[in-house]
Design a protein. Structure first.
Length: 722
């Protein structure tokens, strides 16, 4: 069985290059540097006067996150959770913002399309596509997009400025009551900076038209701290037939202050991006000389997107409350079958998503003593409402819309409540149990009565609702202050696209189809050990298993739903972090996963894209005698591309390095070398049918379609601290 084209949700769109705009673009960074230099002269004295003004007992940032050196023995409830600190994040060479999730051990982040599109994620035997079954958030705001125009759970991290990330907390598995939708494989939570710091200006230039400018600062503002960051990024890429023409802008502000016995923070994030895409290409087109590995068969692909958010949070030792509002839109142009469906106009399509999201949470934690034993109870409620003005799939040519395949307005609301109890039975043994209930309501209204295919879609509308109960439990035994064992079990789930829950008519064929269940359950188990030895070595090992009832998903590229079968996965993970000298650290991560469908014969049960072996390791030098740097190696192994295992993707290896020197207290210079050994391995592979322009109109060819790693590139950064 081959992956059908409707099961592959990939691609992007293009903007015609304007020479005058390109000329303007080249002077953006120098102009910003000049403007910010003037601004910095005004800010400088204010920063110096106030950077020590918040004394220790009133400081906003009360807990220093040390990252993987932090001893989680006595705190964690599984071997596969952890914390990454800002020092490690700042040291590692990053090619793109989405690679922040590669700090999660065993996670692989790739890209098959343009730089502005969400990355492709792999973890625990999942091809997570753009975010299904892995929940991601920042400062309590969800990042996953449900009922999204491109794919369920769409997780785009391009709006995050890496320099603003204070910590990343990852928790694999569905053992945590406060995590709901998309929780089967686990979750990751980013938190942003809230500290005093001088104004830092960083300018980076590199090969293939790479330019990046970042300004960050944290100043005393009244009784609180105001953090600020600005990022601009331009990039053309190494592609033969297009220039990516990435034009990304990010803005981050956050005000934090102690109020009413707790900490109040108000943040704003703004993001805009546009780009052209060099998508995956068919192998036969490279072999016959039609294009090279960096070429494109459709040079009008790409996208444009924006995301704006406001987030208000308050918390103290017992109570946490938050409210957020997000304004988001995306237009994405893709074409992965070229001329298979339409020999005249081609197969390009446009995906649209225009929405506003409102939500928040309230959580209360109570610490008590019962018969001499510590007891902690946590109650919480979470709510989210997606007001989607338009989510659609359109037929297009050279980014010009030819007609709608499906366009809907969606109102999707959910509320989740949870309770978590931790009980210390003895000084060495404790348990955590939790229960979570979620309710979903879907309201779908078709905005098109008859589509471009002549199909009547007036019946593809209606309301649906569903509820789900999830149970969680963990047992933890502390052998010593440095060694702990865990056993965990938990139910998780992911929601399906609202459109799939009310579907009656296939928008392509006009045939009657069956709606899908709104919620798909999962059940996971895990046994593991964690050790913190000699105050310098942190290591953990986990053996896990995960079963999914069904992987029913709405396929945005086809405008309908396609069921898959029940699945099972199991594997092991080993993670270690070692400080072998005062300024030197070494980390090593290995993950193994075996994934298969349950209801298929053994010779037809492979899950396409499920990676069995992932290995990552790195060495880092923290600033010492002025020098600092890091080297990173990533390997992910062969994986099946079709269910019978007859076609497999080759393994992929990648090395990134950086080296820097601090010349003075104010001046830092750094060099990053991405893909240092110029590997020509593939970033991602698919196997499906397509047709080239010069092939017979009635033919289709099943072929490997891939996106090669970008070639070695060197980037030079200069940072000045005022």
């Amino acid at each position: 069985m081959c992956k059908t084209r409707s099961q592959l949700k990939e691609m992007d769109r293009t903007q015609i290059i304007n020479a005058e705009m390109k000329a303007k673009r080249r002077v953006v960074i120098p102009s910003m540097l000049t403007a910010l230099s003037v601004f910095s002269s005004q800010l400088y004295s204010h920063t110096l006067e106030n950077k020590q003004a918040v004394d220790a007992d009133q400081a906003i940032e009360k807990v220093e996150v040390q990252g993987r050196e932090q001893n989680l023995v006595g705190k964690a409830i599984s071997a596969s959770e952890g914390v990454i600190g800002e020092e490690e994040i700042a040291t590692r060479p990053l090619f793109r913002s989405g690679e922040l999730l590669e700090f999660v051990p065993g996670m692989v982040v790739t890209q098959h399309s343009g730089s502005g599109k969400s990355n492709q994620y792999f973890l625990r035997g999942f091809n997570l596509d753009h975010g299904t079954d892995f929940a991601t958030s920042i400062d309590g705001m969800p990042i996953n997009m449900r009922s999204h125009g491109h794919g369920q759970g769409y997780t785009d991290l391009n709006f995050i400025i890496p320099e603003t990330v204070r910590s990343l907390t990852y928790r694999k598995g569905a053992y945590y009551a406060d995590v709901g939708d998309f929780s089967g494989a686990g979750s990751a939570a980013f938190s942003t900076s809230q500290k005093l710091q001088a104004l830092n200006l960083t300018a980076t230039v590199g090969e293939y038209g790479y330019q990046r400018f970042v300004a960050t600062s944290g100043i005393q503002a009244g009784e609180g701290i105001l953090n600020f960051a600005l990022e601009t990024n331009f990039y053309d890429g190494p592609w033969t037939d297009i220039q990516e023409d990435v034009q990304k802008t990010n803005l981050f502000t956050k005000y934090s202050i102690d109020v009413a016995g707790g900490q109040l923070s108000l943040s704003f994030m703004g993001y805009e991006n546009s780009w052209n895409s060099a998508d995956q290409i068919p192998e036969r087109a490279v072999l016959n000389g039609t294009i090279d590995e960096f070429g494109s068969l459709d040079d009008t692909l790409g996208g444009e997107t924006s995301r704006y958010s406001v987030n208000l949070q308050w918390q103290n030792e017992h109570l946490s409350a938050a409210f957020y509002a997000i304004d988001y839109d995306l237009n994405l142009w893709s074409n992965f079958t070229y001329f298979l469906d339409d020999p005249v106009n081609g197969d390009q399509f446009e995906q649209v998503d225009d929405r506003k999201i409102y939500g928040g949470h309230l959580k209360y934690t109570q610490h008590a003593n019962w018969n001499g034993r510590n007891v902690t109870n946590t109650w919480g409620v979470q709510a989210r409402y997606d007001d989607i003005d338009e989510v659609g799939l359109n037929k297009s040519q050279a980014r010009q819309r030819l007609g709608s395949i499906r366009t809907d307005a969606v109102k999707e609301g959910s509320i989740g409540i949870f309770w978590d109890n931790q009980f210390d039975w003895t000084n060495q043994f404790r348990t955590t149990i939790g229960i979570r209930g979620d309710y979903y309501h879907f309201d779908v209204e078709s905005l098109v009565d008859e589509n471009i295919n002549g199909v009547d879609l007036s019946n593809n509308r209606g309301t649906q609702h569903d509820q789900n109960i999830s149970l969680k439990a963990s047992g933890i035994y502390t052998f010593s202050e440095t060694l702990e064992g865990y056993i965990s079990i938990g139910q998780g789930f992911h929601s399906n696209d609202a459109r799939g829950t009310i579907n009656q008519v296939d928008p392509n064929s006009g045939e009657t189809i069956q709606a899908v269940d709104p919620v798909v359950d999962s059940l996971g188990y895990e046994v593991g050990l964690r050790a913190n030895l000699f105050d310098s070595l942190n290591a953990s090992i986990a053996f896990w298993s995960l079963n999914l009832d069904s992987e029913l998903l709405f396929v945005g590229d086809a405008g309908n739903t396609e069921p898959s079968f029940r699945s099972k996965r199991h594997g092991l993970e080993f993670t270690s972090f070692y400080r072998f000298a005062e300024n030197w650290t070494l980390d090593f991560e290995y993950a193994y996963a075996d994934a298969s469908f349950v209801d298929l014969p053994s010779n037809q049960d492979e899950i396409p894209g499920a990676i069995k072996h992932v290995l990552q390791m790195g060495v880092a030098l923290a600033p010492a005698n002025g020098w600092f740097g890091a080297a990173r190696f990533r390997y992910f192994g062969e994986r099946p591309l079709v269910e019978d295992g007859s076609v497999n993707a080759d393994s992929s290896q990648l090395v990134n390095v950086n080296l820097g020197y601090q010349f003075t207290n104010n001046l830092i210079v750094k060099i990053d070398v991405m893909n240092a050994f110029d590997s020509r391995d593939h970033d991602i592979d698919y196997f499906y049918a397509s047709r080239l322009a010069n092939e017979p109109a009635t033919s289709e060819t099943e072929d490997l379609h891939y996106h090669v790693l970008e070639p070695r590139s060197v980037r030079l950064s200069l940072t000045y601290a005022f």
